[in-house]
Design a protein around this ligand. Structure first.
Ligand SMILES: [Zn+2]
Length: 469
């Protein structure tokens, strides 16, 4: 009988609405650990995320989250693969999935009071990965496929279905001892705090932010008397845990506190790009820079706005004072593009040289080129640049779109296939390539060779999935 090695994911880190608990569930037993399986499960998990959940694809927000993530993972002393996603879900939550997938709910971004708080939860999740808490393995004789399991895990982690019932049913179905899992999860929590606070500090954030954030959420949920804890979620933010977090932070050689401005801007952005958040700053007193950003966001994102309402002068003044404020610089470019000001393209070239690893900039550049009527140039830019960047899904999808607009369906299929390949959606990649192959007349062309090579590779991966059953 074929054996399925599978990773039970823990970490629904916290859901402030549900209770004052930390419902991390999981266990670690690495004896059957196998990296091919983790990669496969990671791909299926990422596919489930992209096909079943509302993700935020805003390049500026994604690259902001990735920058925080990379600061932290850079301090873990491990060189492993991570990817960061934003789920459009108002619950305060984050999770670590298989193969270094870190998911951040928009509710978490919206509720953090500082970038340190947001980073503290990310550091905690990253610590679950470095400590391999997730790679709980077990033997499953069931007929579930990797893709099926990944979907169930996503549902549990993201909690779009009732997470408690989901976890209980799931654990029962695989014969796990729930008591034992809960005990293990407490140990894991404590370890994730321990290492997370260390990474947080080393990445230049305030090491007290983790304890403070958990404490505040716990107090707020008590204050508002939210739903009482359910048995599986019993994972309290105890005094002991908070004291430990404080002690741990005190051991740290606290780095100079930096002033982070970007979180507030990202929270504003969220209100315009998310389906589940509204503008939280509508009636609040804002610092002049923040008000400037918000003013321009409104003209950029709300329907029927007059471009005369853009306030580019305030952006120019902020940038003149703080030349390193890339979020403002990017907004100024967006404003220029919307006003059909071609000098935006020169600014983008400079920005690309300045931040060579930030995929949000070539993305913005390509979008701007296309908007200003240079679709060919946009295509050329993305084709040349995309292989160098993280999160190629967004860039390849844009290429597929641009080729579709150019009435070049073969390239559109090809880049759509690459986009799907990039997020691990092997079945869809395979389908697209199968459709594309007969459309290519010259069977000796390099294009045909590339397509058939990728087709072979996806066929091999699909076989691996089938062997799982
Ligand atoms: Zn946790």
């Amino acid at each position: 009988m074929l054996r399925l090695v599978f990773f039970l994911i823990l970490t629904v880190t916290f859901q402030a609405n549900a209770s004052n608990n930390l419902p991390d569930l999981g266990a670690s037993d690495l004896k059957d650990y196998d990296s091919q399986t983790e990669t496969l499960l990671g791909k299926s998990f990422s596919t489930a995320l992209h096909t079943q959940y509302p993700l935020i694809y805003d390049a500026t927000l994604l690259s902001y989250i990735r920058r925080i993530g990379e600061k932290i993972t850079g301090e873990t002393g491990q060189n492993r693969h991570y990817s960061f996603f934003i789920i459009d879900n108002p619950t305060i939550n984050a999770f670590a999935g298989p193969n270094g997938i870190i998911g951040i709910h928009t509710g978490l971004i919206a509720s953090a009071r500082s970038e340190d708080e947001l980073a503290s939860v990310m550091a905690h999740e990253i610590a679950h990965v470095t400590q391999r808490h997730l790679s709980r393995t077990y033997e499953n004789q069931s007929t579930a496929s990797t893709a099926g399991i990944a979907s169930i895990l996503a549902a549990i982690l993201i909690g779009s279905q009732n997470p408690t019932a989901g976890v209980a049913a799931y654990m029962g179905s695989i014969g796990l001892n729930i008591e034992k899992q809960l005990k293990n999860s407490r140990i894991h929590e404590s370890e994730a705090d321990y290492f997370g606070i260390k990474y947080l500090n080393e990445a230049g954030y305030n090491p007290f932010a983790m304890g403070d954030f958990f404490d505040r959420l716990s107090k707020e949920s008590q204050l508002f008397k939210n739903t009482p804890p359910e048995i599986l979620m019993t994972h309290p933010v105890t005094e002991n845990r908070l004291a430990k977090a404080r002690d741990r932070a005190e051991q740290m050689n606290t780095q100079k506190a930096l002033s982070y401005d970007s979180l507030k801007l990202m929270q504003m952005r969220l209100a315009f790009v998310s389906q589940t958040h509204t503008d939280p700053f509508e009636n609040s007193q804002l610092k002049p820079e923040h008000a400037c950003y918000l003013r321009n966001l409104k003209v950029l994102y709300l329907p029927n706005q007059d471009i005369k309402q853009f306030d580019h002068q305030c952006l120019e003044a902020i940038i003149a004072k703080n030349p390193d404020e890339r979020v403002y610089k990017q907004q100024l470019i967006e404003v220029k593009v919307a006003r059909q000001d071609a000098s935006a393209l020169l600014d983008l070239e400079r920005l690309m040289d300045f931040y060579p690893s930030d995929f949000a900039i070539p993305y913005l550049y390509a979008k701007s080129l296309a908007y200003l009527g240079h679709r060919d140039k946009a295509i050329e830019l993305l084709r040349n640049r995309t292989p160098n960047y993280h999160y190629q899904y967004l860039l390849y999808s844009t290429l597929a779109e641009l080729f579709a607009q150019q009435q070049q369906p073969r390239f559109s299929y090809y880049y759509d296939a690459l986009a799907n390949y990039n997020i691990g959606n092997i079945p869809k990649t395979h389908r697209l390539l199968k459709q594309l192959e007969p459309m290519i007349e010259d069977k000796k062309s390099t294009f045909y060779l590339k397509v058939s090579q990728l087709l072979q590779e996806t066929e091999q991966t699909l076989k691996l999935y089938k062997n799982d059953r």
